[in-house]
Design a binder for this molecule. Structure first.
Ligand SMILES: [Zn+2]
Length: 312
């Protein structure tokens, strides 16, 4: 039931001695997915002991260098490591042209592993589905085509109460039936209600990644009720005009989106290197949305299990 996010980089485009550019690694039920891959992502993965080879899905929000310049290095490293398993890339279609061109620094055809390229599309789309979770993409408002992602846990089946298994000597078939919500009728006429012997599963959790974007309220509908929202916050309020001009958000704007979306928690990052003291970001966001945390490189956030859903 693991659902954690490790933020590997929190700076924006200008090099920063204490921060790497954007990259997030998620661990969901032991599966790793990488969202964005700025320069230095490999170093950060090593530093935080994330097993490289266990990453099979990489999502790239847009093709600004601070979000994907680390990808070519990582793909090359996989070659050095003799990776054999398939790798799935979800990214703007232009990356496919770069990667698969004869000039590409990575000779895709000679790699010991296969790359499946999934171009991101307009609108809100399901882009990846796993046994336990799925990922959807939606568009943002940046200088070039840019996508956000929401990673959602699937609804789990109800839990069977241990003492009830013993009390009724429930067999495997019967356990599976009550997990599906079916009542049991035994040959002797005995009826065992599914509701009596199970407790509902916790509500599914979600993580939303809102990459570079101008203040963009339409994003709210895509991330409604999310447990943890990452929203870029490049500028502070006094530079609001600059934020709009460069298609970025301020801390306050990120908080407004979190509030409108009914998020449980907000984490902000992608800070401009012009600010020495990032506590201003927290002050400004915190005034609008109290449960805000300031990202730093290496920050690990756990998305806790939600309360058990009430019975319908
Ligand atoms: Zn950008």
């Amino acid at each position: 039931v693991n659902f954690t996010v490790r933020i590997l980089g929190t700076s924006s485009a200008h090099p920063n001695a204490n921060r790497f550019p954007t990259s997030h690694i998620l661990n969901i039920y032991g599966k790793y997915i990488l969202i964005d891959c700025g320069e230095g992502t490999q170093i950060q993965l090593r530093k935080f002991k994330i097993p490289f080879g266990h990453i099979n899905h990489i999502f790239i929000s847009h093709l600004h260098g601070d979000h994907f310049f680390g990808l070519f290095g990582l793909l090359s490293t996989y070659e050095l490591l003799h990776r054999g398993s398939d790798l799935h890339l979800y990214a703007p279609v232009q990356l496919r042209d770069m990667l698969f061109s004869p000039q590409s620094p990575v000779k895709v055809k000679e790699l010991p592993y296969k790359i499946w390229f999934h171009p991101l599309r307009k609108g809100h789309n399901l882009v990846m589905e796993d046994k336990n979770f799925f990922v959807e993409s939606f568009e943002l408002d940046h200088r070039i085509p840019t996508w956000g992602f929401i990673v959602k846990e699937k609804k789990r089946k109800p839990n069977v109460i241990k003492s009830k298994i013993e009390e009724y000597s429930l067999g495997i078939e019967e356990i599976l039936a009550v997990k599906r919500g079916e009542d049991i009728i035994r040959d002797n006429g005995q009826v065992i209600k599914a509701k009596e012997v199970t407790t509902p599963a916790p509500e599914p959790r979600s993580y939303s990644f809102v990459s570079d974007t101008r203040f963009f309220p339409p994003v709210v509908e895509h991330i409604k009720g999310t447990d943890l929202l990452y929203h870029e916050s490049t500028f502070i309020k006094k530079d609001e005009d600059l934020a709009a001009q460069t298609y970025h958000s301020t801390a306050e704007q990120a908080a407004m989106i979190a509030k409108q979306a009914g998020a449980k928690q907000l984490v902000i990052g992608h800070f401009s290197a012009r600010y020495k003291d990032t506590s201003v970001f927290l002050d400004e966001a915190g005034k609008v949305f109290k449960n805000t945390v300031l990202a730093y490189d290496g920050l690990k956030l756990e998305i806790p299990l939600r309360k058990i859903s009430s019975e319908e």
